[in-house]
Write a protein that binds this ligand. Structure first.
Ligand SMILES: Cc1ncc(COP(=O)(O)O)c(C=O)c1O
Length: 412
């Protein structure tokens, strides 16, 4: 049987290859430090677990919910978004709605499926979340990449986004706080982004806010639509429980946006996958979302501690050229091109080859440290580290990493 051309076009993540190698090393008895995790090593809030337990007794927990989700939950989600983002949908003369899906990833693929026609362009900022370009291509859209780098702390200048906008631009995906950079865009940037959007009324925004709650240094994330609420009319906000409730495996995400778009998403979801998990939706109805705030306090302390470990280790090793301050989400991007070891890979200063995968393979083989090559995130000669590992192991892994970055000669 032949695969479709659309599926043949989907890139396989290079991370998988490294994970397989990491497993082989673990099996052979080698100590492996896994810095790839995109999930918290914590149980969800106890009151959420209790809410799930309670719902186990009800028949409705085992039956289909309405396709877009239980009405009361959708209402609660809209109120939650209004409260936490400081916005008011009712003040706009347009109906807004919400669709609950099987994770934020599903929400995003639903949105793209609902708004992209073949040849439409979607702007994304590199380094980007791995799945955006593949999802866009699957919908026969064209990803248009705007680069950012450590020099601008992964916040692209607005004129670069302006340059990328064309008549065919259907949407821009904004992910703040950001995976993989571990930063969120500043309030000033959001103001300028709002101003820019006002110049291009045909451009919609998908605001992926899955890490909204995970910000461990002030100021907190703000958004363009807070600057100009009219922009909500062409914005779809995405969030979910994977990160805020430490519940990646329960697979609930949602989007909130203009009612006509949500209706299209509901129709698509109804035909392709049906409603999301009823048990978890019902538990969410009986859970106080605001208690996640308290739950996340130790999580944020942990991330802040590990962010400090990065700073200390890079400083001690005189590697401050690849340091920036991470403030949110779970990650940090290491720019190999700013480290001495890079000279062992690049043939000369003009060499533009991406050695991310090779360097990450050497790091794994030599040090037993698993990190994700920047190739997957659209950024050359770099890698993503996850800050979720417990502090001692994280610190050990960083010691090994900085030695490698400084001294090099990892090749056999
Ligand atoms: C930026 C970003 N968006 C969306 C998602 C998807 O989240 P979910 O687990 O809810 O599908 C992730 C997951 O890691 C993510 O990092």
């Amino acid at each position: 049987m032949e695969l479709s051309s659309r599926v043949k076009g989907i890139a396989e993540s290079v991370t998988l290859k490294l994970n397989t190698k990491a497993m082989e090393l673990t099996d052979s008895g080698k100590q492996v430090y896994n810095l790839t995790a995109g999930q918290l090593p914590f149980r969800p809030p106890q009151s959420f677990i209790e809410a799930i337990r309670t719902e186990l007794d009800f028949l409705k927990s085992y039956q289909y919910s309405p396709v877009a989700g239980f009405q009361d939950l959708r209402k609660k989600i809209i109120e939650h978004i209004e409260e936490t983002r400081g916005i008011n949908f009712a003040s706009l003369d347009e109906p807004f709605s919400c669709v609950v899906s099987n994770g934020a990833k599903h929400s995003i693929s639903n949105i793209l499926g609902a708004i992209i026609d073949p040849g439409d362009e979607v702007i994304i900022i590199a380094p980007y979340w791995i799945s955006y370009p593949e999802m866009i291509k699957f919908c026969r859209g064209i990803p248009i990449i705007v680069a950012s780098s450590i020099f601008d702390v992964f916040t692209p200048p607005l004129h670069e986004i302006k340059k990328a906008i064309s008549e065919k631009t259907k949407a821009i995906i904004i992910n703040s706080p950001n995976n993989p950079a571990g930063i969120h865009y500043s309030d000033e940037w959001m103001q300028e982004f709002a101003d820019l959007l006002m110049e291009y009324p045909h451009v919609n925004v998908i605001s992926d806010e899955i890490y909204f709650e995970v910000c461990y240094y002030d100021p907190k994330p703000t958004y363009f639509y807070q600057k100009n609420p009219e922009l909500l009319k062409r914005t779809i906000i995405v969030d979910g429980i994977s990160k805020a409730f430490a519940s990646t495996g329960l697979r609930i995400g949602y989007c909130v946006g203009p009612a006509n778009i949500c209706k299209g998403i509901e129709n698509l979801q109804g035909q392709l996958t049906s409603s999301a998990n009823s048990l978890i939706q019902r538990a969410m109805m009986n859970y106080d979302f605001s208690s996640s705030h308290q739950f996340l306090v130790p999580v944020k302390n942990h991330l802040r501690d590990n962010a400090n470990v990065i700073r200390e280790k890079l400083k001690e090793a005189h590697l401050m050229k690849c340091w920036y301050q991470p403030v949110s989400a779970f990650y940090y991007m290491i720019d190999f091109s700013q480290t001495p070891v890079f000279e062992k890979y690049a043939k000369n200063r003009k060499d533009k080859t991406d050695y991310s995968v090779l360097i990450c393979e050497d790091i794994l083989q030599e040090l037993g440290v698993v990190i994700v090559p920047g190739t997957d995130f659209g950024m050359t000669n770099s890698a993503r580290l996850s800050l979720v590992l417990h502090k001692e192991a994280f610190s050990e892994a960083m010691d090994k990493l900085v030695n490698f970055l400084n001294e090099g000669s990892p090749k056999i």
